[in-house]
Design a protein around this ligand. Sequence first.
Ligand code: NDP
Length: 279
Amino acid sequence: MNTIQNAVTTLSNGVNMPWAGLGVYQAEAGDEVKLAVKEALQAGYRSIDTASFYDNEESVGEAIRESDVPREEIFITTKAWNDEQGFEKTLEAFERSRKKLGVEIVDLYLIHWPVPGKYKETWGALEKLYEEGKVRTIGVSNFTDQHLESLKETAKVFPMVNQVEFHPRLFQKSLLEYCQNEGVQLEAWRPLGKGDLLDHEVIQKIAEKHNKSTAQILIRWCLENNVVTIPKSVTPERIRSNAEVFDFSLDTEDLQAIDGMNENKRYGYHPDEFPYEDM
Ligand code: NDP
Protein backbone atom coordinates (compact mmCIF):
# COMPACT_ATOMS: atom_id res chain seq x y z
CA MET A 1 0.00 0.00 0.00
CA ASN A 2 1.15 3.52 -0.69
CA THR A 3 2.12 5.66 2.29
CA ILE A 4 3.62 9.10 2.55
CA GLN A 5 6.97 7.33 2.87
CA ASN A 6 6.91 5.44 -0.42
CA ALA A 7 4.49 7.30 -2.71
CA VAL A 8 6.58 9.02 -5.37
CA THR A 9 6.24 10.57 -8.79
CA THR A 10 9.04 10.12 -11.31
CA LEU A 11 10.25 13.43 -12.72
CA SER A 12 11.26 13.93 -16.36
CA ASN A 13 14.91 13.07 -15.65
CA GLY A 14 14.02 9.82 -13.82
CA VAL A 15 14.44 11.14 -10.25
CA ASN A 16 11.68 10.18 -7.80
CA MET A 17 9.98 12.91 -5.81
CA PRO A 18 7.54 12.22 -2.94
CA TRP A 19 3.91 13.08 -3.74
CA ALA A 20 3.56 14.80 -0.38
CA GLY A 21 5.99 16.65 1.86
CA LEU A 22 6.21 19.17 4.67
CA GLY A 23 6.20 22.90 3.87
CA VAL A 24 8.06 25.08 6.36
CA TYR A 25 7.20 28.65 5.32
CA GLN A 26 6.75 30.71 8.52
CA ALA A 27 7.97 27.85 10.69
CA GLU A 28 10.41 29.68 12.94
CA ALA A 29 14.11 28.84 12.81
CA GLY A 30 15.22 26.93 15.90
CA ASP A 31 13.02 24.63 17.93
CA GLU A 32 9.77 25.25 16.08
CA VAL A 33 10.93 24.14 12.64
CA LYS A 34 13.28 21.47 14.03
CA LEU A 35 10.51 19.77 15.97
CA ALA A 36 8.20 19.93 12.94
CA VAL A 37 10.79 18.38 10.61
CA LYS A 38 11.63 15.63 13.12
CA GLU A 39 7.95 14.88 13.72
CA ALA A 40 7.36 14.72 9.97
CA LEU A 41 10.29 12.38 9.35
CA GLN A 42 9.07 10.13 12.13
CA ALA A 43 5.58 10.11 10.59
CA GLY A 44 7.10 8.95 7.28
CA TYR A 45 7.46 12.22 5.37
CA ARG A 46 10.47 12.12 3.08
CA SER A 47 10.24 15.57 1.51
CA ILE A 48 10.84 18.99 3.07
CA ASP A 49 10.17 22.26 1.24
CA THR A 50 12.19 25.27 2.41
CA ALA A 51 13.66 28.40 0.79
CA SER A 52 16.39 30.92 1.56
CA PHE A 53 13.52 33.41 2.08
CA TYR A 54 12.10 31.29 4.95
CA ASP A 55 15.28 31.88 6.93
CA ASN A 56 15.20 28.39 8.45
CA GLU A 57 17.48 26.32 6.20
CA GLU A 58 20.08 25.89 8.95
CA SER A 59 17.53 24.46 11.38
CA VAL A 60 16.02 22.22 8.69
CA GLY A 61 19.49 20.79 8.02
CA GLU A 62 20.16 20.27 11.73
CA ALA A 63 16.84 18.47 12.24
CA ILE A 64 17.59 16.14 9.33
CA ARG A 65 21.04 15.32 10.71
CA GLU A 66 19.64 14.73 14.20
CA SER A 67 16.91 12.40 12.86
CA ASP A 68 17.25 8.63 12.37
CA VAL A 69 16.47 8.91 8.66
CA PRO A 70 19.46 8.69 6.30
CA ARG A 71 20.08 11.84 4.27
CA GLU A 72 19.73 9.98 0.96
CA GLU A 73 16.14 9.02 1.79
CA ILE A 74 15.09 12.66 2.14
CA PHE A 75 14.12 14.96 -0.74
CA ILE A 76 15.13 18.52 0.13
CA THR A 77 13.81 21.48 -1.85
CA THR A 78 15.12 25.01 -1.52
CA LYS A 79 14.74 28.12 -3.66
CA ALA A 80 16.60 31.17 -4.96
CA TRP A 81 14.85 34.32 -3.69
CA ASN A 82 14.14 37.32 -5.91
CA ASP A 83 17.20 39.35 -4.82
CA GLU A 84 19.37 36.29 -5.44
CA GLN A 85 18.64 36.16 -9.15
CA GLY A 86 21.01 36.62 -12.09
CA PHE A 87 23.68 34.11 -13.14
CA GLU A 88 26.50 34.79 -10.64
CA LYS A 89 24.21 35.84 -7.80
CA THR A 90 22.23 32.61 -8.05
CA LEU A 91 25.39 30.48 -8.02
CA GLU A 92 26.42 32.30 -4.82
CA ALA A 93 22.92 31.97 -3.36
CA PHE A 94 22.94 28.24 -4.02
CA GLU A 95 26.26 27.89 -2.20
CA ARG A 96 24.82 29.80 0.78
CA SER A 97 21.73 27.58 0.90
CA ARG A 98 23.79 24.42 0.50
CA LYS A 99 26.08 25.45 3.39
CA LYS A 100 23.18 26.43 5.63
CA LEU A 101 21.44 23.13 4.98
CA GLY A 102 24.76 21.35 5.51
CA VAL A 103 24.29 19.04 2.52
CA GLU A 104 26.47 18.09 -0.44
CA ILE A 105 23.63 17.90 -2.93
CA VAL A 106 20.22 19.59 -2.98
CA ASP A 107 17.42 17.43 -4.38
CA LEU A 108 15.40 20.23 -5.99
CA TYR A 109 16.44 23.84 -6.51
CA LEU A 110 13.75 26.27 -7.64
CA ILE A 111 13.58 29.85 -8.94
CA HIS A 112 11.19 31.25 -6.30
CA TRP A 113 9.46 33.84 -8.54
CA PRO A 114 9.89 34.79 -12.22
CA VAL A 115 11.68 38.12 -11.69
CA PRO A 116 11.18 40.02 -14.96
CA GLY A 117 14.37 40.42 -16.97
CA LYS A 118 16.28 38.04 -14.71
CA TYR A 119 14.68 34.61 -14.62
CA LYS A 120 16.22 33.36 -17.87
CA GLU A 121 19.73 34.17 -16.66
CA THR A 122 18.87 32.61 -13.31
CA TRP A 123 17.73 29.49 -15.10
CA GLY A 124 21.16 29.32 -16.75
CA ALA A 125 22.71 29.15 -13.27
CA LEU A 126 20.37 26.32 -12.27
CA GLU A 127 21.33 24.45 -15.45
CA LYS A 128 25.01 24.83 -14.54
CA LEU A 129 24.38 23.50 -11.02
CA TYR A 130 22.48 20.57 -12.55
CA GLU A 131 25.25 19.82 -15.07
CA GLU A 132 27.79 19.87 -12.24
CA GLY A 133 25.71 17.40 -10.22
CA LYS A 134 25.17 19.81 -7.32
CA VAL A 135 21.39 19.43 -7.62
CA ARG A 136 19.46 16.31 -8.57
CA THR A 137 16.61 18.23 -10.16
CA ILE A 138 15.84 21.85 -11.07
CA GLY A 139 12.59 23.70 -11.43
CA VAL A 140 10.67 26.91 -11.10
CA SER A 141 7.98 28.36 -8.88
CA ASN A 142 5.16 30.75 -9.65
CA PHE A 143 5.72 30.43 -13.39
CA THR A 144 2.76 30.79 -15.74
CA ASP A 145 2.66 28.89 -19.02
CA GLN A 146 3.88 32.11 -20.71
CA HIS A 147 6.97 32.22 -18.47
CA LEU A 148 7.67 28.58 -19.24
CA GLU A 149 7.21 29.18 -22.97
CA SER A 150 9.61 32.12 -22.91
CA LEU A 151 12.17 30.01 -21.04
CA LYS A 152 12.22 27.70 -24.06
CA GLU A 153 14.03 30.43 -26.03
CA THR A 154 17.21 29.90 -23.99
CA ALA A 155 16.81 26.76 -21.89
CA LYS A 156 18.90 23.67 -22.55
CA VAL A 157 17.11 21.69 -19.85
CA PHE A 158 13.39 22.23 -19.26
CA PRO A 159 12.16 22.63 -15.64
CA MET A 160 11.22 19.36 -13.99
CA VAL A 161 8.85 20.98 -11.47
CA ASN A 162 6.68 24.10 -11.30
CA GLN A 163 5.54 24.93 -7.75
CA VAL A 164 2.49 27.22 -7.77
CA GLU A 165 -0.45 28.26 -5.64
CA PHE A 166 -3.04 25.52 -6.18
CA HIS A 167 -6.12 24.60 -4.15
CA PRO A 168 -9.86 24.22 -4.88
CA ARG A 169 -10.42 27.98 -5.03
CA LEU A 170 -7.55 28.30 -7.50
CA PHE A 171 -7.83 25.17 -9.64
CA GLN A 172 -5.29 26.11 -12.31
CA LYS A 173 -6.55 23.56 -14.79
CA SER A 174 -5.01 25.00 -17.95
CA LEU A 175 -1.60 25.41 -16.29
CA LEU A 176 -1.89 21.83 -15.00
CA GLU A 177 -2.65 20.55 -18.50
CA TYR A 178 0.15 22.62 -20.01
CA CYS A 179 2.65 21.24 -17.46
CA GLN A 180 1.46 17.66 -18.00
CA ASN A 181 1.93 18.02 -21.77
CA GLU A 182 5.41 19.49 -21.29
CA GLY A 183 6.57 16.86 -18.78
CA VAL A 184 6.69 19.36 -15.89
CA GLN A 185 5.45 18.07 -12.50
CA LEU A 186 3.07 20.60 -10.96
CA GLU A 187 3.46 21.11 -7.19
CA ALA A 188 0.85 22.87 -5.04
CA TRP A 189 1.73 25.48 -2.48
CA ARG A 190 -0.84 26.62 0.11
CA PRO A 191 -2.99 23.47 -0.40
CA LEU A 192 -5.06 24.31 2.72
CA GLY A 193 -5.52 27.95 1.73
CA LYS A 194 -3.40 28.59 4.83
CA GLY A 195 -6.27 27.14 6.87
CA ASP A 196 -8.98 29.22 5.21
CA LEU A 197 -10.41 26.28 3.21
CA LEU A 198 -10.75 23.97 6.20
CA ASP A 199 -14.26 25.16 7.12
CA HIS A 200 -15.65 25.24 3.60
CA GLU A 201 -18.98 23.41 3.61
CA VAL A 202 -18.28 21.41 0.42
CA ILE A 203 -15.05 20.12 1.93
CA GLN A 204 -16.72 19.47 5.29
CA LYS A 205 -19.42 17.34 3.68
CA ILE A 206 -16.89 15.23 1.80
CA ALA A 207 -14.78 14.88 4.95
CA GLU A 208 -17.79 13.51 6.86
CA LYS A 209 -18.56 11.08 4.06
CA HIS A 210 -15.03 9.60 4.13
CA ASN A 211 -14.55 9.98 7.87
CA LYS A 212 -11.50 12.11 7.21
CA SER A 213 -10.45 15.63 8.23
CA THR A 214 -11.03 18.55 5.89
CA ALA A 215 -7.23 18.99 5.61
CA GLN A 216 -6.91 15.38 4.45
CA ILE A 217 -9.58 15.97 1.77
CA LEU A 218 -7.75 19.06 0.48
CA ILE A 219 -4.42 17.25 0.36
CA ARG A 220 -5.99 14.20 -1.31
CA TRP A 221 -7.59 16.47 -3.93
CA CYS A 222 -4.12 17.60 -5.04
CA LEU A 223 -2.98 14.00 -5.33
CA GLU A 224 -6.12 13.02 -7.31
CA ASN A 225 -5.08 15.71 -9.79
CA ASN A 226 -1.53 14.32 -9.99
CA VAL A 227 -0.20 17.39 -8.25
CA VAL A 228 2.56 17.07 -5.62
CA THR A 229 1.81 18.95 -2.41
CA ILE A 230 3.54 20.28 0.71
CA PRO A 231 1.07 21.23 3.48
CA LYS A 232 2.70 23.20 6.29
CA SER A 233 2.17 22.54 9.97
CA VAL A 234 4.23 22.88 13.12
CA THR A 235 1.61 21.02 15.18
CA PRO A 236 2.60 17.36 15.77
CA GLU A 237 -0.94 15.97 15.63
CA ARG A 238 -1.66 17.85 12.36
CA ILE A 239 1.67 16.82 10.82
CA ARG A 240 0.79 13.19 11.50
CA SER A 241 -2.79 13.37 10.29
CA ASN A 242 -1.90 15.33 7.14
CA ALA A 243 0.18 12.29 6.12
CA GLU A 244 -2.81 9.91 6.28
CA VAL A 245 -3.99 10.59 2.76
CA PHE A 246 -2.98 7.39 0.98
CA ASP A 247 -5.66 5.05 2.39
CA PHE A 248 -8.69 6.51 0.61
CA SER A 249 -9.63 8.20 -2.62
CA LEU A 250 -12.14 10.77 -3.80
CA ASP A 251 -14.87 9.61 -6.18
CA THR A 252 -16.20 11.39 -9.26
CA GLU A 253 -18.98 13.05 -7.29
CA ASP A 254 -16.48 14.43 -4.72
CA LEU A 255 -14.16 15.67 -7.45
CA GLN A 256 -16.99 17.39 -9.30
CA ALA A 257 -18.14 19.13 -6.13
CA ILE A 258 -14.61 20.33 -5.31
CA ASP A 259 -13.94 21.41 -8.90
CA GLY A 260 -17.05 23.58 -8.61
CA MET A 261 -15.36 25.60 -5.84
CA ASN A 262 -12.93 27.25 -8.26
CA GLU A 263 -13.19 31.04 -8.26
CA ASN A 264 -9.64 31.86 -9.38
CA LYS A 265 -9.03 33.21 -5.90
CA ARG A 266 -5.44 33.70 -4.84
CA TYR A 267 -4.18 34.02 -1.28
CA GLY A 268 -0.80 35.06 -2.64
CA TYR A 269 0.33 37.25 -5.55
CA HIS A 270 -0.35 36.61 -9.19
CA PRO A 271 3.16 36.12 -10.66
CA ASP A 272 2.65 39.14 -12.94
CA GLU A 273 1.56 41.35 -10.04
CA PHE A 274 4.28 40.57 -7.51
CA PRO A 275 5.87 43.88 -6.34
CA TYR A 276 9.28 42.93 -7.73
CA GLU A 277 10.43 46.56 -7.95
CA ASP A 278 9.87 47.12 -4.20
CA MET A 279 12.51 44.59 -3.24
P1 NDP B 1 -0.97 25.77 3.98
O1 NDP B 1 -2.10 25.84 3.03
O2 NDP B 1 -0.10 24.58 3.99
O3 NDP B 1 -1.57 26.03 5.43
C1 NDP B 1 -0.78 26.07 6.58
C2 NDP B 1 -1.67 26.50 7.74
O4 NDP B 1 -2.67 25.51 8.00
C3 NDP B 1 -0.90 26.69 9.03
O5 NDP B 1 -1.48 27.79 9.70
C4 NDP B 1 -1.15 25.40 9.80
O6 NDP B 1 -1.13 25.65 11.21
C5 NDP B 1 -2.56 25.05 9.34
N1 NDP B 1 -2.80 23.58 9.32
C6 NDP B 1 -2.00 22.63 8.78
N2 NDP B 1 -2.57 21.41 8.90
C7 NDP B 1 -3.73 21.58 9.54
C8 NDP B 1 -4.75 20.70 9.99
N3 NDP B 1 -4.67 19.39 9.78
N4 NDP B 1 -5.83 21.23 10.65
C9 NDP B 1 -5.91 22.57 10.87
N5 NDP B 1 -4.99 23.46 10.47
C10 NDP B 1 -3.90 22.98 9.81
O7 NDP B 1 -0.11 27.14 3.75
P2 NDP B 1 1.38 27.52 3.40
O8 NDP B 1 1.35 28.89 2.90
O9 NDP B 1 2.29 27.24 4.51
O10 NDP B 1 1.76 26.56 2.16
C11 NDP B 1 2.40 25.30 2.30
C12 NDP B 1 3.86 25.37 1.89
O11 NDP B 1 3.99 25.76 0.52
C13 NDP B 1 4.70 26.42 2.62
O12 NDP B 1 5.01 26.06 3.94
C14 NDP B 1 5.89 26.52 1.70
O13 NDP B 1 6.76 25.44 1.91
C15 NDP B 1 5.22 26.46 0.34
N6 NDP B 1 4.93 27.80 -0.21
C16 NDP B 1 5.59 28.18 -1.35
C17 NDP B 1 5.37 29.41 -1.91
C18 NDP B 1 6.10 29.77 -3.16
O14 NDP B 1 6.04 30.96 -3.55
N7 NDP B 1 6.79 28.87 -3.79
C19 NDP B 1 4.44 30.39 -1.31
C20 NDP B 1 3.77 29.89 -0.12
C21 NDP B 1 3.99 28.64 0.37
P3 NDP B 1 0.04 25.13 12.21
O15 NDP B 1 1.34 25.23 11.51
O16 NDP B 1 -0.09 26.08 13.35
O17 NDP B 1 -0.32 23.72 12.59
